[in-house]
Ligand binder design. Structure first.
Ligand code: NAD
Length: 355
């Protein structure tokens, strides 16, 4: 039976090589006459070019956006936005730059133009987050959804394989969970499956020894997949995989994208019998026999980590991680029980390929 709600955000998306040149036109379309440009250090050159192109529409800049939006950075950015009287925000970079722009939009409702340079996906979601005193507060509001998103695959040319691989697996995780989410719907499932397919098609050539032409094509495919997976993250409710990654990253300080990469095949295996349609879609998208095995093999093929042990997680923390991850109930296709989660974590710790 078809019975669903489909909710989309009103973002305008421009995709293609060279599309970064559209930044001034997008600012004009949004009526932004004084733009605050926010970037990470790695995207400074792109921000420089955008500032030159914006000309009289440029108000000021912040170059040093960092992970997880520290409260003091959010406050400083807000103060600068108010002092300069800017009427638009341009975020150039990964989730860190977009996250800082969202923190400003949360208070000001200024329109954001996002120009992502990683596969993290924040640009297509209504999720904001600010960290303070070791913990992160998050929320969802339409106020922070970028009005215009420019995906220019050329910007990802400098993304090293060691970042691109896990970042791509992290994006795939959004689509995997969207496929078995409680609020899944047929449109979202099509988007999620295609997102996995495109990323799985692109990542091996990005992380391997492809010719320059093949690599450029792979980067375009992977970025297209990242866009689709970001759409999935923006609308679907996440399950056990995201819960575990949140615990392992938040309570034990493990690196975000690498944790996603390691946990994903095992969270997928955990849900195997409870979400058969999702498993078929994932396996189809990967061109693999099984969803969980295919995800594990993709991570191994692109040289990304496949065990918690190799990313520095301590074995004697497995029990505590299982406790924290199961202390509050949440939706997951297979009910979450402590023994099952402890077994999942053991497999992830040792990097066993799911059967
Ligand atoms: P990031 O923006 O910090 O980028 C990761 C690293 O890659 C940084 O060192 C950055 O300088 C570098 N980098 C970025 N683009 C590059 C490029 N093209 N070439 C070379 N180096 C490049 O982090 P991220 O991985 O993009 O995003 C993670 C952050 O985003 C976390 O804080 C996470 O919580 C947040 N996030 C939020 C959402 C949301 O919906 N709100 C979604 C996903 C992630």
């Amino acid at each position: 039976m078809l019975d669903f709600i489909y909710q989309a955000f009103p973002a305008r998306v421009l995709f293609g090589p060279g599309k970064v040149s559209e930044i001034p036109a997008e600012a004009e379309r949004l009526g932004a006459e004084a733009v605050l440009v926010i970037s990470t250090a790695s995207q400074r050159a792109v921000a420089d070019a955008a500032i030159a192109a914006l000309g009289a529409r440029f108000a000021d800049r912040i170059d040093g956006a960092v992970m997880h939006v520290p409260r003091e950075n959010a406050d400083a950015a807000l103060e600068l936005a108010q002092r300069t009287g800017c009427d638009g925000l341009l975020a150039v970079g990964g989730g860190s730059a977009v996250g800082l722009a969202k923190a400003v939009a949360l208070e000001t409702e200024l329109p954001i133009i996002a120009v992502p340079s990683t596969y993290a996906g924040s640009e297509m979601t209504d999720i904001w987050g600010i960290s303070e005193a070791g913990s992160k507060t998050t929320g969802r509001t339409i106020k922070v959804v970028p009005k215009s998103v420019i995906y220019d695959p050329d910007l990802t040319a400098g993304l090293p394989a060691r970042i691109a691989g896990p970042s791509g697996m992290n994006a795939i995780a959004h689509s995997v969970e969207a496929l078995y989410a409680q609020n899944r719907n047929p449109l979202l499932s099509m988007i999620a499956e295609e997102g996995i397919r495109a990323l799985a098609a692109g990542l091996p050539d990005i992380c391997g020894d492809a010719s320059p032409d093949a690599e450029a094509e792979a980067r375009m495919q992977a970025f297209y997949g990242a866009f689709l997976c970001a759409l999935a993250l923006g609308t679907a409710q996440m399950g056990i995989h995201h819960k575990l990654c949140h615990v392992i990253g938040g309570s034990f300080g493990m690196p975000h994208a690498e944790t996603h990469t390691v946990i994903l095949p095992h969270a997928t295996a955990y849900n195997r019998d409870a979400a058969p349609e999702a498993m078929d879609a994932i396996a189809r998208a990967l061109g693999a026999e099984t969803a969980a095995g295919g995800l594990f093999d993709l991570a191994a093929r692109i040289g990304a980590p496949t065990s918690l042990r190799e990313i520095g997680f301590r074995e004697d923390n497995l029990d505590r991680a299982a406790d924290i991850a199961t202390e509050a109930p949440y939706y997951n296709p297979r009910p979450v029980d402590r023994d099952g989660v402890r077994a999942l974590l053991d497999n992830a710790y040792h990097g066993r390929r799911p059967a």
